[in-house]
Each structure stands twice: as structure tokens, then as C-alpha cells.
Design a protein. Sequence first.
Lengths: 426, 834
Amino acid sequence: MGNLELIVEKHSERIHHGLEVLPNLRHGLPEGLGNKRWTAELILATYEMALTGDLPKNGLEYKTGNSGGGFDVLGWKNNGSAKVESDKIDLSIELNKRDDGKKITIPLPIYGGGMSFGSISLNFMLARARAAKRLNTFMSTGEGGYPDDIVPYRDHVITQVATGMFGVREETIQYAPIVEFKYAQGAKPGLGGHLLADKVTSEVAKMRESSMFTSLYSPFPFHSVYSVEDHKKHVDWIKTVNPRALVSVKVSTPTDVDMVAIGSYHAGANIIHIDGGYGGTGAAPEIAKKNIAMPVEYAIPKVHDYLMSEGVRDEIVLIASGGIRTADDIAKAIALGADGCVVATAEAIAVGCTHCGNCERGRGCQVGITTTDPELSRFIEPEWGETRIVNLFTAWSKRLRSILAGFGLENVRDLRGRRDLLVRYK
Amino acid sequence: MGKQEAEGGCGVVGLACNVPLEGKYLLQSLVQMRNRGNGKGGGIAAVGLVPEQLGVSEKILEQDYILQVAYLDKSVRKQLEDEHIRPFFVVDYEARVDAVDDYRTIPGLEVEPPEVYRYFVRIKGDVLEEFVRKNNLERLKESEVEDEFLYQNSYRLNQQYYSSLGKKKAFVVSHGKNMVVLKLVGYGDDVVKYYRIEDFKAHVWIGHHRYPTKGRVWHPGGAHPFVGLHEALVHNGDFANYHSIMEYLAQRNIHPLFLTDTEVSVLLFDLLSRVYKYPLEYLIEALAPTTERDFEMLPAEKKRIYRLIQSTHIHGSPDGPWFFIVARNDVEKNAWQLLGITDTSMLRPQVFAVQEGPIKIGIIASERQAINAVLGKLQEDQRIPGRFADSYWNARGGSFTDGGAFLFTVKDGGDGKVLECADKFGKVIDLPKQDWLPNSGSSVSLNASIAIQLQKGPKAQDPLGFYDYVRPALRDAGFQYVGEILEELKRLAMKGQESGQFAIKTLSVLYDRIYDTGNKKRSSLLQLYREALNDVFSSISMSNSDLYTRLDWKNRSRLVHPLGSQVLVVDALEFPAEGDESAARFVVDAHTQGWKNILLYNLRGHRFIGSGLGPRTNGLKIDCYGDVGDYVASGIDGCEITVHGAAQDQAAQILKYGKLVVHGDVGQAFMYAAKGGDVYVLGNAAGRPLINAVGRPRVVINGTCLDYLAESFMAGDPYNGGGFVVVNGLKPSFDGRYVEQEYPYPGSNLFSLASGGAIFIRDPYRKVSSEQLNGGRLADFTMKDWELILPFLQENEKLFGISVKTDLLTVQETQLDPRQVYRKIEPITLQELA
């Protein structure tokens, strides 16, 4: 073993050890960990679920944070004893509700959101792809190209086409069962994408075919799409390249998000993916985070109701993201009107993210997630990460089942739009 | 008040002609742009009408307002007339607007279109007096008072019968003089068919498809065009500042009723023109302000006035992507106008064109193929010599060069009506006086020397050699002579495989190249070449074992793998423009079968040609004839595509590797996020070429670009495999030379925020200035740079005949050192990008 291997081995070992022991609270809640949305308890609970595949047994709060708003002030009206046997409950959702095209069902109402190669390490990307394969769900490439190493998982990888179209080539569109157009990101709508110079290593630059160590900006609009008929044409283009692909349209949540949703429906989208203002991204300016896009809990009912009133709700899948941290958040989003959720930060937490928010610098991530540093990025072994993510989702599935059982619902699809089951605290 | 109708984009076309043209000439272009609408709103406007067709005298047509009321609820007509028409107006003539008996006979029409009544009205004298007295309007001219009365009356009518309490029983479709508007829930071409206006004549037309997305029940009231008073406006786009404009209008006591940003646009237009009486130039400035360097480039006096206009009206200036086409009756000047205005950032597609022949016609549309569709139909009916305009161009929004707007005016000339074209500043666009193709040519036997030349080698096997040989003849001889050459080439095409190949290649060279055509219009020659090429292509038999074999839509299932190096000729005419069975997918199928040479003809806006082929398509060659649609060559990776003619918007998006040759202009967002490719463009690129391009694109643009060239260009180190763009800033003159454009690059933004690659621009007069750069730097052009670009310029010479020595390096008849001719723009390390 060379020196580097020894250093990596030592650090990984200590990180893994920490993730195992911290949740048992022998040393109390670590100071400085977390924030009001992602509280220290939620982070530790996530570590615990990622370790055990089960809900925390030691009283760690795993349902809500402490933000004083949003999902944290929504609770369940009656979540009493199980009225349905847990193993009879179906958590699966369809991702294509139209009459034509391929039918895709995922066994739980969750898939992984876009995090690009460059913003995260290849190993973490691989861990996500492997987990998506094992869970029979999906993860998204984000906008940074499609590394060859994830091609073996392509049946579970969504190709994102975002405004910079970095790394988007015909074959990456052709690999994908689902192509995701990213029009905007909830954390920074109208600001495009950023990848700061430090992270643009030779590998990242090669994948994106750009210059090394120069910041990369994705424009805020698609320069080929300034209106809905352009969008239709854009969708037609992708369908020419890959006629079998389902189309997801990811947008942020402006006040007229309902208009955007119906426009996407008419242009042929299978999935409308709304990304609210709490979404995580290390590279978004502080002023943008949480301050531009509508919180997703407002956007979901707005879009759901509107699609209902237009009579097209059952032809399009509504996916919510942007601050979905827990199984309870997912269930609440569904009760508000979504079909399912996309998560990304929670997957990062599962492999040791502390939500410190220093993602934008290349060496900033001390646990090797949002880094392109060749040394740091080896802290996450793909198999280990895969297990942690699978465990987290397994634990979440248990919680989802218990929520549904409490309401006597046999099917997660029956929870959709059941706002009557929610209660607002305070 | 909220915007109730979500607007999307649209398909728009407008035409103006010195003779009245029938509505049917809009049909084909609207059919070919159906993919820009969704069948939820279509409309037309016609200005400059023919009195006999309306059943009135010339005098009535000139004097009266044509009040057209659409009755959604037929039962309210009597009541409406008694309340809003009979008490105030002398009705000189009235009639129901003709329509087909049963709307369901028009496929796709789901909502019954409104019944429209047309009233030719004058305002009663006492009514007008009372109106003047009550409102203290003594200062106004009588015509102004009449306009205002009519306008207010229509407003009240709409309020009562349309907007109040969601009644939607009737509304005024149009009320201007010598103009009519019709609209329904459907496509624009449905309007032409439903209201039977195929043979209805007008000097100015606009047609529109709408793409609204909100509401299950769409309404004809929401369809375009919307009217002010003597103008009708269609709109493609959407404003970001709708609410700000609503406030601006509310402050001026104007309250829209139909709740779309298109209505708001025309209200703005009416306010600025009728109330503020702004000349058109200032009106356009108020809508689309001149900004950035373009503002600085204006003369001092204009700057002063524009500054005042901007500070007064900026809140009423629509912000965001929009393109307006306005049809208008300038009553005072007795002129009918067609106007196209683009937003300052040029975010919507727009093409202008003009053709002069037995009639003179100006056209504005979302796509060039739609322009050619109008001309094509006119040509088929032998109204004009050819389906090509003499000139096509884009407006540069908010610019000091053309102001981002062009105006076609039909007015009285010495002998009947004339059509004039001018830009925002009033600069008239003149065409050179050249001959056009006579409608019927007589065929005479071929000049002996040419025939001999065609029949013997070695030139017989060398299309370029033959082209050089006949060039003097193409300049000096008449159309008939050219026709004879073409007849001989067509005969050769029948003779065998090799001579067939020679004929196709020679015809293509004649079609593609720019050369001196003498007194003959190039557009007329293009018509001859196109006809000859189509004759040759159509005579190729289906599914045979010759070098060329042909398939069309009906025989598409006969596609099998090729024999050797066969060329597959595809008649694209009846293939859909997009979708699973599109021409683009057929090309993919053919490639999958092993075809390496594919030639498409009769393209009419077919999109995505070259997409879907997947990675590593080296060795595949695709030739496109006709009007290729948007996204051509997008995503190609290895193959070679030649567009014989112009390409449209979004060409070569994410192009990875391979070669693209365009014998004409390219449209908006050219090579967006391209990764590579060797690309040669004969003409101009519109807005935003090469935005976000990375990797190694090597591009030669022989014309220029509207603006935003190579923004965020990230194509590495050009000396080490990175990318670059050469801009030559030339244009073909009407006598077939390459001449310098007035500015090699007129835009305010060049190479902004670029972090890699380089721009090499032919700028012998050093007109490009650092004010145009935002993150780039003008650097010394060295011999190393010359060595880098020379091979590409040599290839450019081979492809287009643009000589490195005599066209590019020669300035005012003196050959200069490349360092005196070219300039280099390189990226600098920006704080923002570090």
C-alpha cells in the first residue's frame, strides 16, 4: 500500500466509525451540527437509518425538523394504530400515466435528484446509481456529463438536460429511460448553474469539455427555449433522439408554477417536477436560497389543484423536491397533492454529509461527497454508499407504511391530495 | 387584475403586396407552422381591401369604419345592435360574414366559431357633436373625435357583452377602416377555410396560430390578432412585466378586457400612435428601447430624444421575449402597412423577406420555410416568378443599425400601388433593378459549345470545372440560355449513373454558389435550379440497384439496406415535420439499415434532420435540399451534413463531431452548447450563436451575427485542440461578389464571459471596439493564428468559392498581410470566473 492509500484508509475508517457511533448519543448531540431545518437529531437519525435500515430506536427525532414552518408545522391528524397490515401496503407509483409510451413503475415514491459529476464525486455518483438499481428506482445525472462508470446502471439513471447542456450527447440521451429537462433549480431560480473554478479539475473539465479550473456557468434560460412552443420543440428533439424516453420537466416554483405545469403537460411531459425554495446546493448564493422560489408545500397544492381543475391530473406525474428530508416530508408532500418526491441532500447525509454548506470549494467537503479532490473523493466507496442509501430508503419505507397503515390506506396513491389528513401546528 | 390567459409562443406570418392577394396564400405557410400552435386559437387580419368583394363602393370602404362583431350567442344580436350600433351610427351596409355551413366539416375544429356581422358605419352628426361637447374635445380634428368615439363605443360593447361577469356573448373583432379581423378556436388556417376567405383579397395580411395553455375552454376572444383602432397585432412571446404594463396603462385610464399580453401590446401601440401621435420610429423606441453600446452609437440628437422616450415609457416597455407583427391602416396617409418589431434581446424567431417581380411582396414570419411556403404557392399559381425571396434578413433588436423593426408600406405610386420597405429609422431598403424570370419560357435547342462541353471530358466529370466554364455565360446570357443548360443537364441525368451524378453535383453547385448573375435576379435563377434538381430527383426510380434510388412517404416501408455505395434520395414532402414517423427518424432508420449517403429533397420545415443517429456516425453523408427546419444537425457525432440553402433556428445544437456546411444563413441559437465539429456557414447567424459551446468547435461564419456571439464560450486552447470562430463579415452583393458588411460585428456583446477558445474576426478597418467585449480582450493577430485558421479558410474557399487571396485578404483592391486584416479576441481571466 502506498502512502495515499493508507491516508484514505485511515480517514474512511474514522468517518465510518463516527457515523456509527454518533447516533447512539453517548456523547450527546454534537455541537455545531445541523441547523433548524436539518437539525442535529435529524442528521443523526439519518445516519442511524442509513446504518441499520430501520427507524431509530433510541428516541432520535426522525420525522421533522425545527424550522417553525413548512413541513415542520404540519402533522398527521390521526396516526394511530395500524389498520392495515404493513406488508400489504403498496408504495409503488407509476412514472408514466399517459396512454402512450413505456410504463415505468418504481416500488417506492422516491427517486434521486440531479447532482452533477463535478459537484459531487464519482464515487458518490456510483453509490447513488447502485442504490437506485438495487431499489429499482432512479437517480439523475445532474448537469455534468455521464461518466462511463455509471453506464452499467443506465436503466436506473435519468439523464438531465440542463441549460448549459454540459456533457449532453446523443448517446447519453439514448441511454436514458427518462430524460429530465432542468429549467430551473429551486435553490436559485433564474440564476442558472454554477460550478466554481476550484472544482473544475482536469477530469471534470474533460467530462464537460471545458477549460480546467475555470468557473462554469449554465445560463439561466435554455437559449433555444423562450416559450412553450419552443419547449414543445425541445421535447420533440429529445424524442427524435430517443423515442422511448419519458420526459420529466424540472422547474422551480415561481408564483405562476401552475401555468408552467399545464404548459409542460400540453407539450408532452410525463413528469412535472417542481423544485421548491429549500433545495440544497452548495453553490447557490446565500441571498437566493429560500428567498426566490416558493416553498414547495405551497407549490404542490397549487399545481395539484390546478391540474385537477384542468382535468389532466391523472395524465401527468407530479414530483416534488426542494427540502424533502424525511419519510414524513414525503408523505406530507403526497398528502398535499404530489405523486412522489425527489431527494438528494438526504442521500448525501446518508453517506456522512453534515450539512455544513461548504460544497462549492473543491477540497471543502471533509467527508468526500461534494468534492472532486482525488484523495477526498475516495472516502466514499461505492458499495458502502450504496448500502447506506438503500438502508435509508428502507427505513423510510417502513415509516411510510406505518403512516399509511395508521390511516387505513393500502396504497400510497390513495394518500395523494388527502389534505384532510394533515393538521397544522400552532 | 390578473392575466387570465397564459400565453405561449406562436407561429406568425404577415405579408404585404402592391396588389391585393387572396387569403389562400396564407394557407400553406400556416399549415407548415401548425407545430407552433396547438389549435386553441387562430386568427387573421386583412388590411387594404377590395370594395367589390365587400359589396360596397370605393368611397364607403375609404370613409366608413368596418365594425365587425362576433356573436358567440346569436340571440343577442338585435339587442346589441339597438344598444350599440343603430343609435349612434349610420350603417351604410351590413352583412353576415360568410362561413361554411357546418364547422364540423373542418377537421379539428372543436368549438363553433362565432357568427360575425360586418357593419360599415359612420357616426351620426348629432351624436358626434354631443360627444365633442360633453368631453370638451373641440381641439381635436374631426377624424380624431370619430376615432375616439368609435373606440369608446366598442369598449362599452365589449364590457357589456364580453368581459363583464364572464358573459362572453359578443365582442368587437375589429373596427378600423379598411381592415377586418377574424379569429376562432382552432388554427390560423382554419380561419381561412371556415370564413371562406381563400379568395378574399387584401394588400396586407397577417395570420397567427396561438399556443395558449391555460383553461379547458378556449375562447375566440383570446385568439390573435387583437386590435387597437386602425391596427391589428399578433404576438409571439410572453412578457415578464405584464403587471407593470397594466399599471402603466391604468395610469392612463386604459383597462384591458381580454386579459392577455397581446391585447396589452396593441393597447400600448394604440396609445402611442393615436393618443400620443408618436411617429413610428419613436413608437418603436418606446416599445423596444435601444440599449447598451447600440445606444452609444446613435447620433447625439437621437440619443437625446430616445433618452426622453425611454425615461417616460420604460415602464410600458414589454420586457422579455416578444415579436410583434402589426397590420395597420395609416388612414391619414392613405397607406397600408405591415410592421415587424423584435424585442431588444431578439428572443423570438423572426425572418423578413422581400421579392420584386411582376408584383412586389414583403413577408415577415417565424420561420424562413413559412415565407417560402407563401412564395411557393404564389409561384405555383404563376403570380410570381419563383419561390425564393430576393432578400431575407433578421432584424437586430434595439439596435443602432436597423432599430430591430422593418416596415412594409403599400401606398399610392405613380401608377397604382407601390410597396416600400424601410427600417425603424426610415432607411429604405432598395433592391437592384434586375430582370426576373418570365412566366413562360420557350425551349430552344442548346448552344452548341455548351452541349459539346457537357458531352465530353474531362470537364464533363468535373462539376466545378464546368461551373467555371459557364460562369461568364451565367452572367451575360438570358434566362433562356440558362434554361437550356439545365435542360441538357436534365437529359444527362437520364443517361446513366455517372452522368446522373455529374448532373446532380453540377446543379447543386449552380444552386449553392454565389456568382455574378448579370441582369438576372438570383432568386429567379434559384427557381430554375430548384425545378431542375427536383425534376432530376423525381425521375430517379424507386428501390432500384442504380447509384441513386428514391423513396417517398408512401413507399417508406420499402426501405432496405443499400447495395454498395448507393445514394438514398428521400422525397421528404409528405413526411411529418416531427414525431416518430418524421423525416428525421426515417434518416435514422436508413442509417441503421446501412445507408451512408442520404439525400433529402422537398424539405418544408422538417425538423431535427441528423438527430437520433447516435454516436460515431463517421462516413455518413446527408444532403438537404428545400427548406430544412429547426435543429438541423443537432447532436451529430461524426457525420457530414450539407444544407443546400439556409438553415433555421437551433441548428447544430450540442453538435459533437463531424462537419456541417450551410450554403446560406443560420437562425437563432446556432450551435448552442456545441462540443465540436467543423462548421462552415456561407451567410449570417442570427442571435446567440455558439452560446455555451465547449470542446473544439471550429467554425467559419462568412457573414456576421446579430448579437451575443460565443457568450460563455469554453472551448479550451485553440492552439491545442480547442475551438474558435472565424467571422468574415462579408455578404454577397447582388452582382455576385463578396463585399464587406458595414460592420463586421454590429452587436454589443461579443465573446462575453468566455473562458476558452478565440474569435478571429476579419476587420481591416478596425471597427470592432473593446466596448463590445465583456470579458474578452482584443489581442494581436499573429502568424500563428493565421496558420491555425488558414486550413479552415482554404476549406471555406473550396466549399463556397470565397477566395482567401482575393476575397478575404484583399482590401480595397490591395492584398494585405493577414495581420492587417484579421483581429483576435481572446478570453481574459475574470474575477467572476476565477
